[in-house]
Structure formats: C-alpha cells, structure tokens
Ligand binder design. Sequence first.
Ligand SMILES: O=C(O)CCC(=O)C(=O)O
Ligand SMILES: [Fe+2]
Length: 288
Amino acid sequence: MNRMAETVWFEDEHSDDYPESLYRFQGVVPMIETLADFDESAMEVYRAVGVVGVRRAFDPEEVQAVINALAELVSRESLPEGVQLQFESRARDILPSLHGPDRLDAVRKFMLFVHLDSRLERMVYHPALMPILQSILGEDPHMFQDMALLKPPGIGREKPWHQDNAYFKVPQSAEVVGVWAALDEATEQNGCMFFRPGGHRSGPLPHFNRRDWQICDSDILDLEAVSAPLPAGGMVIFNGLTPHGTPSNRSNTRRRALQFHYRGKSVQETSDQERLDTFGAEGVGASC
Ligand SMILES: O=C(O)CCC(=O)C(=O)O
Ligand SMILES: [Fe+2]
C-alpha cells in the first residue's frame, strides 16, 4: 500500500521494546532563556554541539493557539490531499470515544498542515526565530517540512535514534535546521528529546529499517547522550545531522510538540537515490 497517497491512517504495529540504556543521559543540552539570547556565543555552541535549547521561545498564548488549531484540524471530517495524519497503533480502541481536543490523545504524527490555519502559519516564520535561522543558514530560510508529534500519554511510542537528514532529499553539502517546540512540558519520562552532543560533526550515519528508519541501537548504546527537558513553549534548535531520539511516553502526561525543518531558500531538493546512497546501510556497507 502506498502510504504517501493516504491522508489518515493508523501506524503499523511496531515493537515498543528497546534497551532502556538508549535513553541514559549524562546532562542536558546547552540552554538559553529566550530567542533574543541567541547571540554569537550561542551560535558557537550551536556549531560545536549541534543543538541549543531555548527555555521560553513561544509565549503561553502562542502555545495555546497552536494547540487549538491542531485540535480543530484533527477533528475535521476530512483533510485535503497531501496532509498526513497518523494515529498511534495502540489508539485503535480509544479513538471512537475521543472528541474535540481529546482526539489529539490518539495522534502520533500530523504532517504538512500548517497552510490550513493562520495560527500555525504564523509560527513558521516567527519574527523572533527568523534572525537565528538566517544567521545559521547564511540566507533566508525555506521551511520544507512541518510536523506535529504528539506522543500521547501511556501509548506514545518511541522515536528511535536517527538523523533528520536521513529522511530528506536535501544535498549533503546543504545545512538543515530543525526546530522542535514543546507544547506541553517535555520531560525524560514523557518522551522529551535526547541528543548526541557534537554528533553532527561526524557526518551521515547508516540508517536501517528496524523499529523505524533509524540508527542501529548498537551504534548508540555506548554514546554519551544529553536530554532536552523543556517547559511548554520551550524549543530546541538543532542541526539536521545531530543524532537524536525520544523514548516512549509511559507517563500520564501529554507530550505534544510542533516541528519545522528549514533549509536555505536557494537550496534545491535532490533525489531519494542520493538520500539512500548517503544514509542507506547498503550504500556504506554497514550491518546492524
Ligand atoms: O517528537 C519526537 O518524539 C521526535 C520527532 C523526531 O525526531 C522526528 O520526527 O524527526
Ligand atoms: Fe528527528
């Protein structure tokens, strides 16, 4: 079945069994307080570590507007072609009983929807974020993928370790910036982001189809990881090559997040073949 052609579907059943040690952490990502604090020294940290956290990036009204907009969109009778709404496989039984904003508690991933609501569109080129993206990319940013990852309480599945660029048709020479914003408090228990500091500097890693399109667990187990716990409205800004993952949400708290990816506006899309030649395990003769 061609999943790309579908708009709404349930995730395939996947094992949610993984070594707990994948999410052992030595510290937290370097953090600044607000987007306005992203100065030259934050930029140096960004270049060295591949990720910078911002504790207060969006204000509570902005966060609430995003949640309201998402809740309205996932409650629509139908969604236009191109939008992708994926429910957690373990939400099959509860979905029929969820109404209004509670429907978000069944969603794993929602994609390519920001153009449907001005409250969301406004966040993409947020005035406080723009100068940071411009200085990282060296030119105006072009947002090429929007996503909401909702990891519902109790059923939100792990997102195994990966590099985002392994999913993108972007030339390897081009820089990609990911922006991940917490819409609820994100903690190690409910599935906050975990990163491999400095990992972007080692370049592309082979990815394998295991619990997901991911880095081999055995390549992660010995690495030093840091977590990115954030209050609602907090954000991480990270390089598309920085390895990261999120554990399952086994707590009873929500962990909703919004994620945008940007490349420079002059950067042209490449092919799936180039992406697989770079990240596909066959291309580099790796095993897992
Ligand atoms: O929000 C998450 O759980 C992680 C999402 C992620 O890393 C991705 O979609 O690339
Ligand atoms: Fe990612």
